[in-house]
Design a protein around this ligand. Sequence first.
Ligand code: FEO
Length: 390
Amino acid sequence: MKSRAILDGVWWLGTLDWERRLFDSLIPLPDGTSYNTYLIKGSEKTVLVDTADERRKREFCLALEEIPKVDYVVSHHVEQDHSGLLGLVLERYPQARVLCSDKAKPMLIDHLHLQPERIQPVADGKKLSLGDMTLQFIYTPWVHWPETMCTYLAERKVLFSCDFFGSHLATSDLFATGPRVYEAAKRYFAEIMMPFRAAIEKNLEKLKPYPISTIAPSHGPVHREASFIMNAYREWVSGQPKNLAVIPYVSMHDSTARMVDFLAQKLIENGVQVELFELTSADLGKLAMSLVDAATLILGTSTVLAGPHPLAVYAAFLANALRPKPRWLSLVGSYGWGGRTVEIITGLLGNIKAEILEPVLCKGLPRQEDLQKLEGLARAVAERHQQLNK
Ligand code: FEO
């Protein structure tokens, strides 16, 4: 693809991956993604910012045909979707050096076998003159690995942020517009960033002194209204959940499904917002997005071979790894003759520091007394949620 100007002296050289449906062999990408490289031409030095995934090598090479000289290539993040073509850049531009954080250098050598002498670490806060423009490197660890950093271009008030503020979205729109980008950015936050909420809060604080008008991430469209995405991140990382109960569930012979339907109805009657995810067909990215806001997480599962259904185990494992902020947890489900479902599921959710509300498990089809217990659970959730805005 031809370069597209985003500001005076700054171009986007992105490659669009319309077909990709899975990232890290784990994360669903319903709208594909992009790998954004940026070109900054100062009066004396020319810089590339990040590269692309090896999957898009051909398009990346075509984009480089317009660029006769590169002095530096900034590597914000070692993950291969951004650093995968660094070796190709170094081969094509023998004078070029890779600029990265201190932690990134050994990682680039391990993951990409780059030559150490071509890698020049830059200190946190270090400035680099390009002639008429100046880059400043800002370490922003854990967005999304420990070595990540951002680059600030003071003369244009642009922050090149790599994964931070990104969205998995293949689109011909160069700039972010409307709810579609908000949705994609929230999904991205939920799937990639949520486990690092504390680090993100610190990084948002660290960026405060910099007047930022434009955010140029390495996935998805460029934000010309930087405050829009920065404010969204502030809300998502905040410790305050919403009046929402999320119920991922799986049911083998309808008993658990009946319990979940009844519980959802009672929660709604008690003024609690509810989102259900039937796990044999659920979009796990949407489930992750709901967990950004949820005050309560209730897993529903049948019992199989004396334990929870494997899909419920998978959902619990993912929820635990994503470290969302629910304050209350519970479990509902049905069993045939016994099992250790409660013990196994609660053992999988150790990262979520929440109060466990009395689980409701019943033998076979739920009876009247089981429905009464579910009604009690719904009331307990509603009462707890009353505390949320105090
Ligand atoms: Fe887009 Fe963490 O890589």
